[in-house]
Design a protein around this ligand. Structure first.
Ligand code: HEM
Length: 445
């Protein structure tokens, strides 16, 4: 006879507010402490609901692969991205993913490499030695510009980037853990900001669609774009057809998922390099030896071994998507515990990426840990910055190519020196961001 399913433990907290205050103060610290107190599975008790946190790679595998049908996307995704591929399910998701996939094939993405480098070089023309700049904001502007040109097929108009960034911020704040503390119908300032931002993004998207084809593409890009692909799918019939709502949903999703994530990885990579000058020095030496003064290209990537490891180690220590949420579609048994239907489940990537059971000295930035031998010995799903299973990130190749080429193009000519406080505070919205930016002094090499 099977034993009665048990409820997972819950960390100590105040009786009425549950874990609200401690969690809102510092969700990451709360998560580390809760795992220490309760083990790899626990219940986070909020006034609005209980969230089950599953903090072990074996649970990641169960949720993303083995029992994938039992763990659907949460309502929050649908509220934010409508009928975009990040939020849809079942046949609708499969059809959308098939339509979009060709844009992200390795060969297609490799063709964007030269534009990624050119856009970075153009931005560097405005840098002056000795100046202090917020590298987080700088990386957001750059990745938005690259996303626009490569996927949307047109360059940003002056001022347009700032408006889009502000609107996309509003979407991100919907996912801030502090906003989970009140029911969705309570009109908090961040929720009003969310609704306004969503409207603003929608009207920008409608404008993009209506002017599609009127403006010329950047000279160096002649590929099919997301806009042309979506316009085709809107006209098509049968399997390849997308409704206007779905087309808008894809654009909204790509705008959101496609630049802030890579910008976060780049910002934190510079932060880690500035904190570890000997690694920044070795990085410069690699760039000088491999590139010999020429701009980097897609063909150089395999030789830029340390640069690639810097990107990987940054994605470990600062995974831009720090938590993957899901909602159970039925009762599920996880490790002998009962998770009821319609329960939110969280996979805390950041906590696993910094778990000393899997990583020696996990709070040290050590790109050299990423040897082939180490990767072979790492348990499956102990490193999943891009998620896993069938919903794995569609932009993975795009993001890693972009991060490596942007780092190399900047590192060839500049040294970045940290000018901020000793510790940075991280704002855990859907994508990791700092509260006060990443101020760096720029020194030319
Ligand atoms: C370092 C950069 C990036 C990181 C860390 C990242 C991370 C992730 C993660 C963890 C997921 C899975 C979410 C889940 O299972 O709920 C995801 C999905 C997704 N990402 Fe990314 N991403 C990055 C860059 C990009 C880029 C550049 C694009 C597009 C240009 C993109 C588009 C998407 C889309 C459309 C999905 C949904 C896929 C699906 O559900 O089928 N991402 N990403």
């Amino acid at each position: 006879m099977n034993p009665e399913p048990r409820q997972p433990p819950s960390p100590s907290g105040l009786p009425v507010l549950g874990h609200t205050l401690d969690f809102a103060r510092d969700p990451f610290e709360f998560t580390y402490n809760a795992i220490e107190e309760c083990g790899d599975i626990y219940r986070l008790v909020l006034p609005t609901e209980e969230i089950y946190v599953l903090a072990h790679p074996k649970f990641f595998r169960q949720v993303l692969i083995d029992d994938v049908e039992a763990f659907g996307k949460t309502e929050d995704f649908q509220m934010a991205f409508g009928q975009g591929v990040l939020a849809t399910e079942g046949d609708q998701w499969r059809r959308q993913r098939n339509i979009l996939q060709p844009l992200f094939h390795r060969k297609q993405v490799a063709g964007y490499g030269d534009y990624m480098v050119e856009a970075t070089q153009r931005r560097l023309e405005a840098w002056s030695p000795g100046e202090t700049c917020d590298i987080e904001s700088e990386m957001q502007n750059l990745t938005l510009e690259i996303l626009f040109a490569t996927l949307f097929g047109r360059e940003l108009a002056p001022g347009e980037g700032n408006e889009l960034r502000a609107a996309s911020d509003g979407l991100n704040s919907w996912f801030a853990p502090t906003s989970w503390l009140l029911p969705n119908w309570v009109p908090t300032p961040s929720r009003r900001h969310f609704s306004e931002s969503k409207e603003q993004l929608r009207s920008e998207i409608r404008r993009l669609l209506s002017e599609h084809g009127e403006k010329s593409k950047p000279d160096s890009l002649h590929q099919e774009t997301l806009l042309s692909k979506l316009a085709e799918a809107r006209e098509a019939s049968g399997q390849d057809h997308l409704s206007t709502e779905e087309v808008e949903g894809q654009l909204l999703t790509m705008l959101f998922a496609g630049y802030e994530t890579t910008a976060a990885a780049l910002g934190f990579a510079w932060y880690a390099l500035a904190q570890n000058p000997e690694i920044q020095q070795a990085f410069h030496e690699e760039l000088d030896a491999v590139l010999d003064g020429d701009p980097p290209t897609h063909a150089d990537i395999t030789d830029l071994e340390l640069t690639q490891r810097i990107v990987t180690e940054t994605l470990r220590m600062y995974p831009p998507v720090h938590t993957i949420p899901r909602q159970t579609t039925r009762d599920v048994n996880v490790d002998g515990y009962q998770v009821p239907a319609d329960t939110q489940v969280h996979l805390p990537l950041l906590a696993i990426h910094r778990d000393e059971r899997f990583y020696d000295d996990p709070s040290s930035f050590r790109p050299d840990r990423w040897t082939g031998e180490f990767e072979d010995s790492l348990p499956d799903y102990a490193f999943i910055p891009f998620g896993g299973g069938r919903r794995t990130c569609i932009g993975r190749e795009f993001a890693t190519l972009e991060a490596t080429l942007v780092l190399a193009t900047i590192g060839q000519h500049w040294t970045l020196e940290w000018m901020g406080e000793e510790a940075i505070s991280i704002e855990p919205e859907m994508t990791m961001k700092t509260q006060n930016g990443l101020p760096m002094q720029l020194r030319s090499r």
